[in-house]
Ligand binder design. Sequence first.
Ligand code: AMP
Ligand code: GLY
Length: 424
Amino acid sequence: MNILILGSGGREHALAWKIAASPLTTKLYCAPGNAGIAQEAACVALDLADHAAVIAFAKNYGIDLVVVGPEAPLCAGIVDDLEKASIKAFGPGKWAARLEGSKGFTKDLCKANNIPTAAYQRFKGAAAAKDYVRAQGAPIVVKADGLAAGKGVVVAETVKEAEDAIDMMFGGGLGMPAWEIVIEECMVGEEASFFALCDGETAIALASAQDHKRVFDGDKGPNTGGMGAYSPAPIMTAEMNKRVMDEIIHPTVRALKAMGAPYKGVLFAGLMITAKGPQLIEYNVRFGDPETQVLMMRLMSDLVPALVAARDGQLKNFDLRWYDDAALTVVMAAKGYPGAYQKGTPIKGLEAAAQVPDVQVFHAGTTAEGGKILATGGRVLNVCARGKTVRAAQARAYEAVDKIRWPGGFCRRDIGWRAIEREK
Ligand code: AMP
Ligand code: GLY
């Protein structure tokens, strides 16, 4: 098969690494890709917002399957457009992608189907929203509807903070004025990410993971896209995984099918494991980044037949095998991230790092220039390792990190600490 991956991050490098290893893959392309992906796939400069250009490329190069990484093209309906042009694509259509694109849509779907999630109300204006906040009290969570690149959520500790967040969101503080916000109850528990593969009707569990969102050791400092992750999440026991499938994933897939918007692709549930059990924080309609990097390290089976089965509605009797080992990834970012950072700093020692056993280095923001690898993004590398325990995987990952010579970069030194405490 000729396969085209859309995207350019560590997630797409991990997918490219796994797809390139499949005996079913004849030729692999990635648009736009990065310097690491270029070791697995032919990178092509396509604008993902230009669906006609992606379709034209797929036709010209005989693409048998397009695998979409990021949410923006999914929410913009790239899968619908590709399928209309008779090109098979992995991922949800625009209608089903509202699970990530609209928080209000997802909350209403949960309510109508008894899916456990925080109590909430939707608001189109600040006055009513503030009345509600005053009536409910703090802590309380304020969320802007629509894609906000992870910045649209404020967990307010006081009523004043919540009121300020409401003014900020309706006042255009997120780039443009929010047209609707959701205000919800603040849930207490431990967070975990859960991934399922769906074919419109059937869903099968993939694996769980946990990530570290804060930039500094000890989970301190501002939020980022994720500074590291590990899989599985120790809190996700077999029983908890089953509850998530039965109480959250299956009812969601059934509801979307009944609505005429069957969900195909990866369903990524952000969960709060509370005293009452698992509750949905939010859905993403794609693979997680950096969670996919650790998932791919643990997946023993070939990924390609799974993607095809999801696209074709054939997951019913499908089964995937996983390594029991843990996997962990350390994100290396440019100094200054998530604030302003320098671009174009050189990275050395990548070959030596990749030689540490059970280690893979996935690139996020890199480019190759005159035989050198240069950093071009905020999050730049994902140093991933597998081990019998999270502690063993962590030791391997940092052994590899220490072989990378990049004065312009930094990483956290404590990725996995919570899981390692539990292992003691
Ligand atoms: P989201 O963008 O919806 O994933 O929210 C970002 C982060 O805000 C989550 O990872 C949680 O840490 C936190 N969060 C969101 N909603 C809630 C909630 N209802 N209760 C507690 N924490 C929340
Ligand atoms: N790591 C969180 C995400 O991919 O949204």
